[in-house]
Design a protein around this ligand. Structure first.
Ligand code: NDP
Length: 323
């Protein structure tokens, strides 16, 4: 029996607060070598302008494959810019168990990972949050970050002001107060924690904008060797944390560009988040820290296995006789 869980089913079963401890398990397992994943396969079908990522992983008795697609023409059909699915496979007999919407899972698990990074790397008394970008990830981050600090102020900036105001309105309905700023500089002034969650390919944050002491930045958006959200000068002076060292130096322009420029070496990475979560406290007083998130297949498999178990328990989703 194959269970099919769409975005609505995923959201009814699984929240970011469920995902936070689950992502800790996934990241610790990844960093201590007990979880397995293949480096993601990237296809760019000619003439489509799109990118497809394939990501298999296994974490203890949980096994799956995620497919993500990012096609510029998705917007023409009002579809999310990041779409996808996860196929979950039984680890005893190998049968496919479920097909699960990957868009909702990606939103939830990515935001949960940022929440973990913020909890470990931001100042304990962080009260001012800034978010740059107003898309799917920005929405997830607004919810997730409420789990790890009490924010006195949340400022949001996005290129398209209407989207920023729409997101702020959505947050207000959830009881989250968000002020829309009219520039990146205004959004991040005085911030303790900054999340960059855009599809920008060139730096969107200036080094001079990050002026406070002990600011923590979650750089979530850009991926690919040529794309970045942060400038080299900022990377050079920050303490750098990543989800995967291997992926960071294969896919993160935020680190690969300064590395190519000779501004940093690979030793600039202090630790993987899974190492920090396993015990060492990554917080260093007064230091600017950057967590570069790329998203790991182990995160998707752990999240989807939990969603599947809940769906079976609660009889959620459609089932198909298969094969
Ligand atoms: P959305 O398309 O929903 O939102 C993208 C946001 O980025 C919008 O606010 C958009 O503004 C803004 N933006 C796009 N281009 C630029 C630009 N050149 N300069 C400034 N802002 C820009 O995407 P998602 O929220 O789903 O994803 C955001 C980013 O996060 C993507 O790069 C995606 O690849 C990445 N991502 C990372 C994951 C991880 O695990 N680290 C997981 C999933 C996604 P506007 O409305 O004006 O277009």
């Amino acid at each position: 029996m194959l269970r099919v869980l769409n975005s609505q089913a995923v959201r009814s079963l699984y929240s970011v607060s469920d995902a936070i401890p689950a992502m800790s398990e996934a990241l610790v397992g990844f960093s201590n070598g007990s979880a397995f994943q293949h480096p993601r396969v990237r296809l760019e079908p000619p003439a489509t302008g799109g990118v497809v990522l394939l990501m298999p992983a296994a974490v203890s008795d949980q096994l799956g494959l995620k497919l993500l697609s990012m096609f510029p023409r998705a917007a023409e059909k009002n579809l999310a810019s990041v779409q996808g699915l996860v196929i979950l496979v039984d680890t005893v007999h190998g049968e496919p168990l479920a097909i699960i919407d990957g868009t909702a899972v990606t939103e939830i698990r990515t935001a949960a990972v940022t929440a973990l990074a913020t909890d470990k790397l931001a100042k304990l008394d962080a009260v001012a949050l800034s978010i740059i970008g107003a898309g799917v990830q920005a929405r997830g981050h607004l919810q997730a970050l409420a789990n790890v600090r009490q924010w006195d102020s949340i400022r949001l900036y996005s290129r398209t002001a209407e989207r920023a105001f729409a997101l702020a309105g959505w947050a207000k309905d959830l009881g989250i107060s968000v002020e829309v700023a009219d520039s990146v500089t205004a959004a991040v002034r005085g911030a303790d924690v900054i999340c960059t969650v855009t599809s920008a390919c060139e730096p969107i944050l200036a080094d001079a904008d990050v002026a406070g002491s002990g600011v923590h930045i979650n750089a979530v958006g850009a991926f690919g060797p040529e794309c970045r959200e942060l400038p080299s000068a900022l990377i050079k002076r920050a303490g750098i944390y990543v989800d995967s060292r291997e992926a960071a130096f294969a896919e993160a322009g935020d680190l690969m560009i300064p590395l190519r420029e000779g501004v940093i070496t690979r030793d600039a990475v202090i630790a993987e988040l899974g190492e920090v979560l396993a015990g060492s406290d990554g917080r260093r007083a007064d230091e600017t820290t950057v967590f570069k998130s790329l998203g790991l297949p182990v995160e998707d498999v752990v999240a989807c296995a939990a969603i599947y178990r809940l769906a079976v328990d609660r009889q959620v989703g459609d089932t198909i006789d298969f094969p």
